[in-house]
Design a protein. Structure first.
Ligand code: GLN
Length: 304
């Protein structure tokens, strides 16, 4: 376990970067977030959690939820069914791009861009009676926190500004790669994005990625092989168009969200969550990436 002093050092180290990024402003509920927040939490495979800065303050997890939805799909579907509808390649386009969906006949590049996550939400919607409730159950169990909930204001705000995601879903439907009612699936997807969690919750919840598929309470959520595969996808596609830069600087599988959170793992050792709302040009937390970079250097860890 890294010492608390190291986590505090990481937070202090990146404080000068505040002001250099831009808080997500595509919905008012996110634009009003305090830009000066910095938090980090780490959970080890021994089950210990430690945090520094604003690590107990909940934020909108946004696209980090795409890891939970793919995981849930892996527990419900044969893998071939999932991968016949979504690819495993980095996209090279922005996370909400329609271009590739059109060019590649409705099959999204990977499950971590919006198009891919919408297909996964469609899969969940068609298999589960109550997909929103099931997700809440899962993340509460994984984070061992019954207070985790959806931020209704964020979910509603996403829905009121849903034109682009709706366009992506309809485009996929036109190619036959979307089964459910678009509006219903969008609502489910927006609720997943609107999950409100803090760094401690998320570092605990993601422990299975560092622990061969085993959750904090020792349950095998997905297999060891599936965990390795999921980490490979996170390393190649978890940071959108910034995946190469992130691999270069941080060297860990990770997933970002436009709420400013990033989760990352050192397989076999620990899971990490950082949060700072200001984003870089690819929609990834600017100071969050710098926190992970500093931590990986100080720990001398990289998967490469
Ligand atoms: N709710 C956002 C969207 O669908 C999530 C995007 C993100 O975090 N990158 O556009």
């Amino acid at each position: 376990m890294p010492e608390l002093a190291l986590l505090e050092e990481v937070v202090d180290k990146v404080r000068p970067l505040l002001g250099q990024g831009k808080v997500a402003d595509y919905i008012p509920a996110l634009a009003s977030v305090d830009a000066g927040k910095l938090g980090i939490a780490v959970t080890t495979v021994d089950g210990e959690t430690l945090g520094a800065g604003d690590y107990l303050e909940p934020f909108s997890i946004q696209s980090i939820s795409k890891v939970f939805s793919l995981t849930l799909a892996l527990t419900l579907y044969e893998e071939a069914e999932i991968w016949s509808r979504v690819g495993k390649e980095p996209s090279g386009h922005s996370f909400n791009s329609l271009v590739q969906v059109e060019l590649e006949r409705g099959k999204p590049r990977n499950p971590f861009i919006n198009a891919g996550a919408l297909v996964i939400a469609d899969l969940l919607q068609s298999r589960l009676g109550a997909p929103k409730h099931r997700m809440l159950e899962l993340v509460r169990q994984l984070s061992q926190n019954d207070k985790v909930c959806f931020d209704k204001q964020v979910a509603d705000s996403e829905y009121q500004h849903s034109a682009r995601n709706a366009a992506i879903a309809y485009l996929m439907k036109s190619f036959g790669n979307f089964q459910g009612d678009v509006d219903t699936v969008l609502r489910t997807y927006f609720h997943y994005c609107a999950l409100k969690m803090n760094c401690a919750d998320l570092s605990k919840a993601m422990l299975y990625l560092a622990n061969r598929g085993k959750t904090l309470d020792g349950i095998e959520l997905i297999s060891q092989v599936q965990t390795r595969q999921l980490n490979a996808l996170l390393a190649t596609s978890g940071l959108y168009d910034g995946a190469g830069e992130f691999a270069y600087r941080v060297g860990m599988p990770g997933k970002s969200g436009v709420g400013g959170g990033i989760i990352a793992v050192i397989p076999g050792e620990l899971s990490i969550c950082v949060w700072s709302p200001e984003l870089d040009g690819n929609g990834n937390s600017l100071a969050g990436t710098a926190m992970l970079e500093h931590l990986s250097q100080r720990l001398g860890r990289s998967i490469f």
